[in-house]
Write a protein that binds this ligand. Structure first.
Ligand SMILES: Cc1cc2nc3c(=O)[nH]c(=O)nc-3n(C[C@H](O)[C@H](O)[C@H](O)COP(=O)(O)OP(=O)(O)OC[C@H]3O[C@@H](n4cnc5c(N)ncnc54)[C@H](O)[C@@H]3O)c2cc1C
Length: 644
């Protein structure tokens, strides 16, 4: 099969595209909605909001949750907030400004039409969540409060202390559970999707493993919606939840879904630094902290004085120095690179020297300890528990870590992948964030997709497509289930000497060193070879203990690592092919004299969508064909990003 990319972006003026499209799209009448079954995989913000809304509309929804409760989805970790162009602060915000900031923040590598729609929908998300009872922070007079996030000069971020994701997820979860109570959502717990079933070119179902009993199950539907999150855990160390993985997207990719911009990874500037191999993940310190915290390192190399003994004249507040207009609110890619430069110059702090300070001294002097507590208490507590330091007294030590993946399955304006019927929402799609996501925009995108986009576009697909009756007894389901079983058997059959975690750490090391914050041609070429070798080693030397008929976390991890070992190769290949720097993709060969990313709009103003053309056997050769969706900018002039 060869893929044809058609973004299906509606024609007409930007401001009217979505309204016009909503009117032009076909509708499914209420009586017919009850006849359609839809599968939703993933119960984070995107999946839970989609399940609730689709069921409310009258569809029969079968939702699959990998956890024992949807409330454990990765979205619960989101700390800082959610953007919306409400302009409550009267500080110059508008739908157009949010659109502009997002396109610019993404370094001009996202679709104008999608991003405008996202900004346009954003105020509705806040109304929806408030109506559900989400306890956003409020001003003294009762109005919803806002704070600032990186890459923007207005305050448009709605928040619930440092637990915004949790509160939003409880809202979406309650809305979904209401439908479970009404019998319109069938919620399947502890199920991991292992394959997508495609019948006559349409996505018609999934194969899942019941993680508690080990049983493989087949589920059929009229369309499948993946909301399975991002793949940052390919790096082993990331801020993602340990259950975040690429398996659902990857298996769909191997069935024909193009993978968009796989190398676009976000490295977040404010995480607790890595401290040793005893760790299994890294912890984010929300970007919201940069509203009040100031980043600095000593001016002198090797200055080992405790931070409180280093006077202001010996401190380099490097973000304020390099980016006087945005200062500590420079976007993530830019701030992360600046932290790396300081460490590379030998001015890093703390025992490892691989950290910078985030200092609240001045903010505490300005608003008092109570003022800071009110904004960030849970984040400060978390930092104190993990590091043993009291951040009210000594500056936090922070360093960039892998946080979010802008890449993901390619989707058109209707959020449909290159497999008809397979729709992809939230972080799992290649998203509206281009080459760099602005803080507080992932929650906005996941909820926009789930509450406000898919409910319209899925109807258009169902009403405009002939969908023959197919059930789980179809041969395609039997074949997919047998393939999933064979894969499990193959993992047990290796009986090698290395643990899954050992090999995953090795992969993470290759990815971080060569496909991480800074990349170059030689390093990426080496990475491709090293990943291929490591994949071979995995299939010869991994040891998966236990058996398949029980709860078996080792087996789960092994299956996910097998996919990461293929994805890693594609990420390096994509990074190698993109001979420019943009957003989080920083190719050392392509930088301006002052070390900023140097784009090549003439040759790379496109989305890279990769089609899998490799061997379908487990250990066979992997290969891909690149397709390009060119990006045209009608409203925003392509310009070099500047936060100075
Ligand atoms: C620490 C942290 C803080 C953040 N803070 C913010 C913030 O303040 N503001 C903001 O906008 N964004 C923030 N983000 C990003 C944001 O939280 C995520 O991008 C967003 O929540 C993703 O939502 P989602 O619904 O797309 O996916 P997820 O919430 O990741 O949900 C996907 C679910 O699918 C499950 N799944 C995966 N594979 C399978 C499979 N094969 N079968 C079944 N289930 C599967 C996953 O385990 C997960 O539970 C933060 C991220 C982190 C890590």
């Amino acid at each position: 099969m060869s893929i044809k990319l058609d973004s299906k972006t509606p024609s007409g003026p930007l401001e009217e595209k979505w309204s016009k499209h909503k009117f032009d799209m076909k509708l499914v009448n209420p009586a017919n909605k009850r006849k359609h079954t839809l599968i939703v995989v993933g119960t984070g913000l995107a999946g839970a909001s989609a399940s609730a809304t689709l069921a409310e509309l009258g569809y029969k929804v079968k939702t699959f949750c990998i956890h024992e409760s949807p409330r454990r989805a990765h979205s619960i970790a989101a700390q800082g907030g959610i953007n919306a162009a409400k302009n409550y602060q009267n500080d110059g915000d508008s739908v157009y400004r949010l659109f502009y900031d997002t396109i610019k923040g993404g370094d001009f590598r996202a679709r104008e039409g999608n991003v405008y729609r996202l900004a346009e929908i954003s105020p509705n998300i806040i109304d929806q969540c408030v109506a559900q009872g989400v306890p956003f922070a409020r001003e003294y007079g009762g109005a919803l409060a806002n704070r600032s996030f990186g890459g923007s000069q207005v305050s448009r971020t709605f928040y619930a202390r440092g637990q915004t994701g949790q509160q939003l997820l409880i809202g979406a979860y309650q809305a979904m559970m209401r439908q479970v109570g009404l019998g319109t959502v069938e919620l399947n717990y502890r199920r991991e999707m292992l394959d997508l079933v495609v019948v006559d070119g349409q996505a018609r179902g999934i194969i899942v493993r019941n993680l508690a009993t080990g049983e493989l199950e087949s589920h059929s539907a009229d369309a499948v919606i993946l909301a399975t999150g991002g793949y940052g855990n390919v790096f082993y160390f990331s801020t993602n939840a340990k259950m975040s993985n690429v398996t659902a997207s990857w298996r769909a990719h191997k069935q024909g879904a193009a993978f968009g911009n796989p190398c676009f990874t976000q490295i977040h500037p404010t995480c607790i630094p890595y401290s040793g191999d005893h760790q299994s993940k890294l912890t984010l310190m929300s970007e919201s902290l940069r509203n009040d915290g100031r980043c600095w390192v000593p001016k002198q190399k090797g200055d080992k004085r405790p931070p409180e003994q280093i006077p202001d004249e010996d401190r380099d507040y490097y973000l304020e120095r390099v980016y006087p207009s945005f200062g500590n609110l420079a976007p993530r890619d830019v701030s992360s690179r600046q932290a790396k430069y300081r460490v590379d110059e030998g001015r890093g702090v703390g025992p490892s020297g691989v950290a910078v300070y985030l200092d609240f001294r001045d903010a505490i002097n300005r608003v008092g300890k109570a003022g800071i507590e009110q904004r960030y208490d849970n984040l400060f507590d978390m930092y104190a528990k993990i590091t043993g330091d009291d951040p009210y007294k000594v500056p936090m030590r922070i360093y960039p870590a892998v946080h979010y993946t802008m890449g993901g399955l390619w989707v058109d304006y209707n959020l449909m992948s290159t497999i008809p019927g397979l729709h992809v929402l939230g972080e799992a799609n290649f998203s509206d964030h281009g080459a760099n996501r602005l803080g507080a925009s992932a929650l906005m995108q996941g909820l926009a997709d789930g509450y406000f986009v898919i409910p319209y576009t899925i109807g258009h697909y169902l009403a405009g497509t002939s969908i023959p009756k197919v059930d789980a007894n179809h041969d395609a389901f039997k074949a997919a289930k047998a393939a999933a079983q064979a894969r499990i058997d193959a993992l047990f059959a290796v009986k090698g000497g290395k643990t899954v975690d050992d090999i995953h750490r090795q992969l993470g090391n290759i990815m971080w060193e060569k496909v991480g914050m800074a990349r170059n041609k030689a390093g990426l070429q080496t990475a491709v070879g090293e990943i291929q070798k490591l994949r071979e080693e995995f299939w010869q030397n991994v040891r998966v203990s236990g058996d398949a008929n029980n709860l078996n976390p080792e087996l789960e991890k092994a299956g996910r690592l097998a996919d990461f070992l293929e994805l890693g190769e594609l990420m390096a290949t994509d990074a190698l092919e993109r001979n420019e720097s943009c957003g989080g993709h920083f190719r050392e060969e392509f930088q301006t004299p002052d070390n900023e990313a140097q784009r090549d709009d003439e040759n790379y103003c496109h989305v890279s969508a990769w089609e899998y053309t490799g061997d379908s056997s487990l250990k066979g050769k992997k290969s891909w064909q690149l397709h390009k969706e060119s990006l045209t900018f009608e409203r925003i002039k392509l310009a070099t990003r500047s936060y100075k």
